[in-house]
Design a binder for this molecule. Sequence first.
Ligand code: GDP
Length: 448
Amino acid sequence: LPTVSLVGRPNVGKSTLFNRLTRSRRALVDATPGVTRDTRAAAVACGGVTVRLLDTGGLTAGGDGGDVITRRTHEQTLAAVEASDLAVLVLDGSRGLSAADRELVDLLRRRGRPLLLVVNKVDGPRQEAFLPEFYELGAEVLPVSAAHRRGIGRLRDRIAKALGPPPEGEDAPASGEPAPAEATEPVRVALLGRPNAGKSSLVNRLVGAPRMIVTDVPGTTRDAVDTLLTRPGARDILLVDTAGIRRRARIRDRVEKFSVVKALEALEDADVAVVVLDAREGISEQDQRILGYVAEAGKGCVVACNKWDLVQGDPDLSRRRRTELERAARFVPYAPRLFLSARTGRRVDRLLAAVDEVAAQYEAEIPTGRLNQALQRALAARQPPMSRGRHVRLYYTTQVAARPPTFLVFANYPEAIPTSYRRFLANRFRAELGLEHTPVRLRFRERE
Ligand code: GDP
């Protein structure tokens, strides 16, 4: 496994971040500076790649931080960095960039190991104000909040990207070691939709279903509450940021304002977005915009056309709604569509089944052999067009990330592959690899 070490000064939130990434509370977390003296390791899934993550002891600028233990910790940490394929330096974003931070960055850069700079504790706008200072470090700087689970998905992606594609011949994402932390993770679901579409009613239906165990768990932002649904014989589902939604269900007719920021936050935190539409009102521009965000974020999606009880008796109207929906959902052609009613409960049970299916595909890891067969068949069906007299060739492909499935395709002239052909290939992959219900991403890289 590639090794990634988390390093940083004491108290920057390294342990919390380690716990976030390993998604467990095994690691010891304490406010006392320097509490984590031993290096702990855990297998962690980053995109489709599994890495060995090391939580190291504290680093001190210059390494001359006083007592013997501090100095030894410093040396052990540097040894861990030497042994790693990637070092992730965690900086404290709750205050500005310090001289000690700069020193550490220099120290690690001089080691010549691949380095990722992460600014932790960026919980909100107050800390965001400091970010420009960190950006001056020149390298790619990634703001996160381990405590509030912000940017963690992006961090996983960055780690995967920094490690690059697995070496040739190694079937890493597919047959590499399984991702233990992910296997039992709940599917994270965000319910999106404009006010009054019926999100609260739908959540109520879901949590009220027989044999469902419902637990409230603290969410990402300070006052957020997530709802964990435990179902017998099925994977857990976490409805993210449902505090407001469930409160509204009790207080009738309190009109909520649609907040783009909140919707985007919930979306960032989710694997699958359930977009709730109001069949009575029809599909609005706001609905379209929401579907656009979901597509852009590359998330799994289920479109729930709610209040179908109010239109199903009217063939004209229901036909019109279906047509509108086709048009609106063109951004998310992979999204299953459900016509349901939170009021009568019609087809609400299908919603979780659809979420399960989307999630499974969203997280899928395709064996490299199967993937390349799909590429060969796509090429047999249609070759990329010639470009300025040159034959454009696609050689082979490998999965570099999951959530969503992301494939790297090696080509002689990547820049000459037109969008239409890229789309054709993505659609072929989706159709042939059992990925009809998830977006997929293709990246092209040059290879002689
Ligand atoms: P939210 O703002 O998206 O959470 O929407 P609510 O769940 O508060 O629902 C808004 C209104 O639509 C309420 O008066 C609900 O009773 C009503 N409603 C929700 N779902 C349905 C449905 O499937 N059919 C009908 N007829 N009314 C519904």
